[in-house]
Design a protein around this ligand. Structure first.
Ligand code: SF4
Ligand code: SF4
Length: 338
């Protein structure tokens, strides 16, 4: 394992920024999100817990041009808008790195999505262990440790004045070989990191029972009374889905002026009453049906299709819901037996 002095992080980011667009946690108007590194500020190392918008936005942006088109005498001409620039995401938390692995399943399933994959294949993920989780976090119930990850290229653990660096992938290893200011970690560093990871694990105190959760959901799918009560306070704003790192619904629109235009896709949400109105009617007219869909997709349908729960316990849907709807309460109070 390697290590990097914390005071040298600015130099390391600067070096990487010669080759990559480097994204780091940043704060604008008090909101923490990933932003292009400004070339000097590393103060996020002191305040960063997690971003409001997950890293998925770097691969699947809220609005994205897919292609432009124009028509002439010979017909239509298309120009694809693939973003293939090389980027580093520095500081991704283990829950959000796992979410990227979950999104990969969708975007490479029966159709390989070129817009998502062009960015994904040109990105180096550098994880940073989380030592100060929110009380809304429950990642450990989903098999994720807040300070450990194999879903990244490099995994960093804060061990005081230094970061311990685990080289997870060949891409990460190769990046380390040409990064200045990297030293060899000692056994004492590794032992220190192990203790820090164990402490971080223990700080995630919110837990849910995931055993047989898909069967429980199936057995109470038709319990309208339960879902109506659960969804009563929801205002269908969609924040919980927009900011969920594993949600991926989108809508597609064309903008056309005379004989030229462009096709865009933008985030959509199964929480909206007008969801899928364009191609057909919304099959889930009632709010309780939409809340049920959100929960069942993550904990029942996704496991059925991909063998994995599509929730990482990042807690965003709890922290950011304007009416305090809480998915852990929903799952814990299911009136069902497995
Ligand atoms: S954030 Fe809360 S209010 Fe908004 S759709 Fe989700 S559960 Fe409903
Ligand atoms: S459902 Fe909620 S806790 Fe789970 S990944 Fe999405 S935002 Fe995070």
């Amino acid at each position: 394992m390697k290590k990097i002095n914390k005071k040298d992080i600015g130099k390391v980011l600067h070096q990487w920024s010669q080759e990559f667009t480097v994204f780091v946690p940043s704060r604008e108007n008090g909101v923490a999100n990933l932003a292009k590194w400004d070339g000097k500020d590393t103060s996020f190392l002191d305040w960063y817990r997690n971003t409001v918008e997950p890293a998925k936005a770097n691969f699947f942006p809220p609005m994205e041009k897919m292609f432009s088109f124009q028509k002439d005498k010979e017909g239509y001409h298309l120009e694809l808008s693939l973003d293939e620039h090389k980027q580093i995401i520095f500081g991704i938390r283990p829950c959000d790195a796992r979410a990227m692995a979950i999104l990969d399943m969708t975007f490479t399933d029966s159709y390989e999505d070129p817009y998502y994959l062009s960015k994904r294949r040109n990105t180096v993920l550098i994880g940073l262990g989380c030592t100060n989780p929110y009380d809304s976090c429950f990642c450990t119930s989903l098999g994720i440790s807040p300070a450990e990850s194999t879903d990244v290229d490099l995994m960093l653990t804060d061990i005081g004045n230094q970061f311990l660096v685990e080289e997870i992938t060949d891409v990460g290893k190769e990046l380390m070989t040409r990064t200045n200011g990297v030293g060899e970690a000692t056994q004492a560093d590794e032992a220190n990191a192990k203790k820090i990871k164990e402490t971080a694990f223990g700080k995630v105190t919110r837990r849910i029972e995931t055993k047989d959760i898909d069967k429980k959901l199936l057995s109470c799918f038709d319990n309208q009374d339960y879902w109506e009560e659960d969804a009563a306070k929801c205002i269908s704003c969609g924040i919980c889905t927009f900011h969920c790192p594993t949600c991926y619904c989108f809508d597609i629109n064309d903008e056309l002026v005379k004989k030229q235009g462009a096709r865009f896709r933008n985030w959509d949400s199964c929480a909206f009453c007008i969801y899928t109105k364009m191609p057909m009617e919304n099959p889930r007219e009632e709010k309780w049906q939409r809340v049920r869909q959100k929960v069942c997709h993550k904990y029942e349908f996704h496991p059925m299709n991909f063998g994995t729960i599509a929730c990482t316990g990042c807690g965003r849907c709890i922290r950011q819901c304007p009416v305090n709807w809480d998915i852990t309460q929903t799952l814990d109070s299911l009136p069902a037996k497995a």
